[in-house]
Design a binder for this molecule. Structure first.
Ligand SMILES: [Mg+2]
Length: 176
């Protein structure tokens, strides 16, 4: 039987990119907000305009993608899923050309069992073909032929079209 193809986004699905940004803002931006404020609201909503630019520059700086924490349980669940499914990682890396090496090395470090031929650095994700795409950006589901699964984040909280998962326990419950 052919395995179904599961495609995972990297940032804010495998990697806790938002979590790294929250720590950066709290520790380096001099923002007087509780950590909990960032659970439901976006940086755009919480930060003054000058800090939006600072955040943008931080994300585009060399090294940003090298040390992002991995999401809790992501490694264990992907390893288990890889027994049952064909696993791909697809990341819109073209948005951050500096990031290629860092993103690749990060995947090798945390997910060495995902072969390089199953890693897709892309621009427009509408070229992807698979049975499931798990992503935090609803725009990436446009034209996707399989089932779209939205990984809940503050920036997608108003999306109502797609099924959701909140964490890797939800992914395990849905797919394992
Ligand atoms: Mg993402």
């Amino acid at each position: 039987m052919t395995k179904k193809r599961l495609i995972f986004d990297q940032d804010d699905v495998l990697a806790d990119t938002n979590g790294k940004l929250v720590e950066m803002v709290l520790n380096e931006f001099g923002i007087d907000l509780p950590r909990t404020a960032f659970v439901h609201q976006t940086f755009q909503e919480l930060l003054p305009p000058a800090d939006h630019k600072r955040l943008y520059e931080a994300i585009h700086a060399p090294g940003f993608f090298a040390d992002i924490p991995v999401k809790e349980n992501a490694v264990e669940v992907v390893r288990e899923l890889s027994e049952k499914y064909e696993i791909f990682v697809a990341t819109a890396a073209m948005e951050f050309p500096n990031s290629f090496r860092e993103k690749y090395d990060w995947l090798q470090h945390y997910f060495p069992f995902i072969h390089w031929s199953n890693i897709v650095f892309c621009g427009d994700k509408s070229i992807l073909q698979g049975d499931y795409l798990i992503d935090d950006m609803a725009r990436n589901f446009t034209n996707f032929g399989g089932e779209a699964v939205l990984f809940s984040m503050p920036h997608n909280r108003t999306e109502t079209v797609y099924g959701r998962v909140a964490n890797w326990n939800d992914i395990a419950a849905k797919f394992l």
